[in-house]
Write a protein that binds this ligand. Structure first.
Ligand code: AMP
Ligand code: MG
Length: 479
């Protein structure tokens, strides 16, 4: 019932391990993403049938599925891990959409694989719903991301710090190939595998590179540009990925592996949520630094492919990597110009953007509400709410006077400033209710976040910043 067209399974056997998903006792559909199913050209009726549910739960594999766990390595918080791999995810196979785009269909939380090490390969309901909410919100916010096709409860209890209901996410991605996938073969000095992998990725994600004289350097440039743009988009939204390890960095430029990620409430550039990020390595403002570092790790692996002449290879890789900073900067500044509704490219604008963010931090302003209400002010609404976000009304007034002197484009602001983001306290609230069997807050949040730029009076409460007792200050991987 699913027209699988698997290419990763055709790659050499040390790229993956074939493995069947574990059986689960009592699968129930929590949510099926109808719009995504339709976009993928999948039969919605079949997916919602007992046979469809059996696939989404890993209990029965439809014809054409070739379940496998992918091998990869990675730098985790800067430390090298030579073998990670899909320890709790199983790729069922790939399909080709009507527009010719290839998509992976993967179960996350469907049991042990040869890469599970000490883990159980399962997922608790919290991380599954979290990834569902966040990845679908990111998509609606216009950010490249893996998607959520379905969430299923398994009827099993998984043991974490406490016993929790088990669940499985069906994840869809343009591929699950990571910087760490390249590092896996690089560390083994397996140049033949690196070439096979690079050719696979070029055909899949960077077909234009294939027709150049230097496909591997052009591929690297493509990943550099995609990651630079992605990280700028995260920052515009106040998004902190939280675990930007090289194994969580895709070569497609999609956001992947929503662990302890979070959207900031009150703005601060040094903000970190992940309880395991004690040094602030993955703080909001450090994300481009880390993105650049991760791309250097990718570049290293491509050197032998870029040129047989080591010196030439190094210089080409360096010039590809050097493009990161200017591309990031252009996207970063352009995005803030849109958020502020100001145009032009002069340095004064850059200073103004810097100054604005400095004031938001110093005045402890809620990041999303600031741009949301500034947009309202630009439409001519009264500005009491905006003013109220600042500790000091005089600071607000002098900033506003400065901003008001510029030519403002309201339409651009409306398209750049979301009204709704998945606020941490709302995500955690939805998870708490779901753990007790009530999925209403989860469904409401997912529904509302499908239109993050639209006025939705029925969901106005979801815009609000948390009270100090509601505020989430730390997030956990929860794997
Ligand atoms: P993450 O940082 O969550 O992306 O995961 C890092 C590595 O740990 C990956 O190789 C995962 O497959 C593995 N992992 C995470 N949770 C589990 C689990 N419950 N069982 C087995 N492996 C896991
Ligand atoms: Mg990961």
């Amino acid at each position: 019932m699913i027209p699988f067209d698997n290419s990763y399974a055709r790659l050499p056997e040390h790229f993956h391990a074939f493995v069947s998903p574990a059986q689960v006792p009592d699968p129930k559909l929590i949510r099926l993403n109808g719009a995504l199913a339709e976009d993928l050209g999948l039969d919605l009726e079949w997916l919602s049938s007992p046979a469809g549910l059996a696939m989404l739960a890993g209990n029965a594999m439809p014809e054409g599925a070739e379940p496998l766990a992918q091998a990869y390595a990675g730098h985790q918080f800067g430390g090298w891990a030579p073998q990670l791999g899909d320890g709790r995810a199983i790729l069922l196979g790939e399909i080709i959409k009507k527009d010719g785009q290839r998509r992976d269909i993967q179960l996350k939380g469907s049991g042990r694989t040869p890469f599970s090490r000490g883990g159980d390969g399962k997922a608790a309901i919290g991380p599954v719903l979290r990834e569902y909410i966040l990845s679908e919100a990111m998509h609606a916010l216009g950010v490249p991301t893996t998607r959520a096709l379905a969430a299923v409860s398994t009827g099993e209890i998984v043991r974490r710090e406490e016993p929790l209901p088990g669940a499985i996410l069906t994840r869809v991605a343009s591929s699950h190939i990571r910087v760490g996938t390249f590092q896996y073969f690089y560390a083994q000095n397996d140049v033949a595998a690196l070439k096979t992998l690079a050719d696979h990725v070029i055909a899949r994600h960077y077909p234009d590179a294939a027709i150049t004289d230097e496909p591997y350097a052009v591929f690297l440039e493509g990943v550099v540009a995609a990651q630079a743009k992605l990280i700028a988009q995260w920052m515009h939204l106040g998004f902190i990925h939280g675990v930007m390890n090289t194994d969580n960095t895709t070569v497609s430029g999609e956001t992947i592996d929503y662990g302890p990620c979070a959207f900031m409430d009150t703005f601060h550039p040094d903000k970190v949520f992940s309880s395991i990020d004690r040094q602030g390595r993955y703080a909001w403002s450090n994300q481009p630094v880390i993105g650049h570092w991760n791309l250097l790790r990718l570049a290293e692996t491509l050197l032998p492919l870029i040129s047989p002449d080591a010196e030439a290879a190094r210089s080409k890789a360096e010039s590809a990597i050097e493009r990161f900073s200017p591309i990031f900067r252009d996207h970063y500044l352009a995005g803030y110009r849109r958020k502020l509704g100001i145009s032009g490219q002069d340095d004064a604008q850059e200073d103004f953007i810097k100054r604005t963010l400095g004031i938001l931090a110093e005045q402890q302003v809620d990041y999303t509400l600031f741009f949301r209400h500034l947009t309202k002010v630009a439409t001519g609404s009264t500005n009491d709410t905006l003013k109220g976000l600042f500790d000091d009304p005089a600071v607000y007034q002098s900033w506003l006077d400065d901003w008001s002197q510029r030519e403002i484009d309201v339409t651009v602001m409306q398209q750049a400033n979301p009204i709704l983001i998945p606020r941490n306290h709302r995500v955690e609230q939805a998870i708490r209710f779901a753990q007790d069997g009530d999925f209403k807050p989860f469904h409401r949040l997912v529904d509302a976040l499908q239109q993050p730029f639209s006025e939705q009076p029925a969901h106005a409460d979801l815009e609000e910043a948390p009270t100090s007792s509601e505020e989430v200050r730390a997030t956990f991987c929860g794997t």
